[in-house]
Design a binder for this molecule. Structure first.
Ligand SMILES: C[S@@+](CC[C@H](N)C(=O)[O-])C[C@H]1O[C@@H](n2cnc3c(N)ncnc32)[C@H](O)[C@@H]1O
Length: 325
């Protein structure tokens, strides 16, 4: 159970930039209702530093028509061509998917998507496992408890900022036991690499009950959208793969979670969705964010339980004040 204090009602200093419906060089926020592939044709080449999305999975959600798996993948090729064109040379695509299931047979969508990106020259940098702990319990196979994010870069010169996404080390007190650095701390004072397994609240939002005084509520970010990104999931990618003022694009933006993650980190954002209702909610959420009225779960910092000396922060990393206390 989480504390109410973990909710952050974010406030911003500056005014809100206008929301454009179509791309212009002057825009900072573009939110477009329409078909993703058609819309992306209007975005200039080499614009985006990050394209992050969760495409429709073809599982029969309210916003999709279920097709055969081959038809579904073929239908994505035109959009992927456009996305690769729009991505700049330092850019990355993060493609978040789960499984398509037919008659109990599982088709892992990341495996099927991999070749669509690979044949266009993109390079896989990580296959991130997004693990969560709730969901359906099938009777004739094990319960599925993860989805994946395929992170591809366009080339070898991709942006990667590790420091803003480091997480606290489990054993910050570990030291080199041999070599020229013998006796010195072996980790990094800013924390460790978060690895490719991410534990971030996911599809269990309807089930997870947060404790808020006198109120029982679902995840504070939840809207009517059936498969919404947690903002913090996108935020980690935004921080690691882009810099301020870079363009972040979500071609299937739903209710705009990726856009909020980008704006929170001072990036320029573009989102598209075919459903008017989701686009309206995305715009409302952006406005609420700028008014400081949008509840967002703060970016996760891994917790650790101290165990022995190696779990203590080395004295060299402590401030003078901490060392005298
Ligand atoms: C998995 S959801 C993405 C949810 C989003 N990540 C969020 O946090 O709200 C996929 C979205 O794709 C949209 N969609 C499906 N086909 C589309 C198309 N051809 N063009 C634009 N959007 C489409 C759906 O309406 C749906 O909102």
């Amino acid at each position: 159970m989480r504390e109410a204090s973990q909710l952050s009602l974010l406030t911003t200093n500056g005014g809100m930039p206008g929301i454009s419906e179509d791309f212009t060089e002057q825009s900072r926020i573009v939110v477009h209702r329409g078909d993703a592939c058609k819309f992306m044709q209007s975005v200039p080449s080499n614009t985006a530093t990050l394209i992050i999305t969760s495409p429709p999975y073809n599982v029969g959600k309210a916003y999709e028509t279920r097709r055969s798996i081959d038809e579904y993948l073929m239908g994505q090729e035109g959009l992927i061509d456009e996305l690769v064109r729009v991505l700049n040379d330092q850019g990355s695509i993060c493609w978040q998917v789960g499984n398509f299931v037919e008659d109990g047979e599982v088709f892992p969508l990341d495996i099927l998507y991999y070749s669509l990106f690979k044949k266009r020259g993109l390079k896989l940098r990580n296959r991130i496992v997004w693990h969560y702990s709730h969901g359906l319990h099938p009777s004739r196979r094990f319960s599925g408890r993860y989805e994946t994010i395929l992170w591809f870069s366009k080339g070898n010169n991709h942006k990667f900022n590790l420091d803003p996404v480091r997480v606290p080390s489990k054993y910050p007190g570990k030291r080199h036991y041999k070599g020229p650095n013998r006796g010195k701390p072996s980790g990094n004072p800013l924390g460790k690499n978060p690895s490719d397994i991410w534990e971030i609240v996911a599809n269990d939002w309807n089930e997870e009950i947060w404790y808020i005084p006198n109120v029982k509520a679902a995840h504070p970010e939840k809207t009517i959208h059936p498969s919404q990104f947690p903002v913090e999931l996108v935020e980690r990618c935004v921080l690691a793969l882009t810099d301020e003022d870079d363009w972040v694009i979500d071609p299937y933006c739903g209710v705009g979670s990726a856009l909020i993650a980008g704006l929170k980190q001072e990036r320029k954002v573009i989102g598209c969705d075919k459903e008017t209702a989701y686009i309206e909610i995305a715009k409302e959420r952006i406005r609420a964010y700028y008014k400081g009225m949008l509840p967002i779960r703060p970016i996760e910092r891994e917790l650790y339980v101290p165990q022995g000396k190696v779990s203590q922060v080395p004295d060299e990393w402590k401030s003078d004040e901490e060392n005298t206390n």
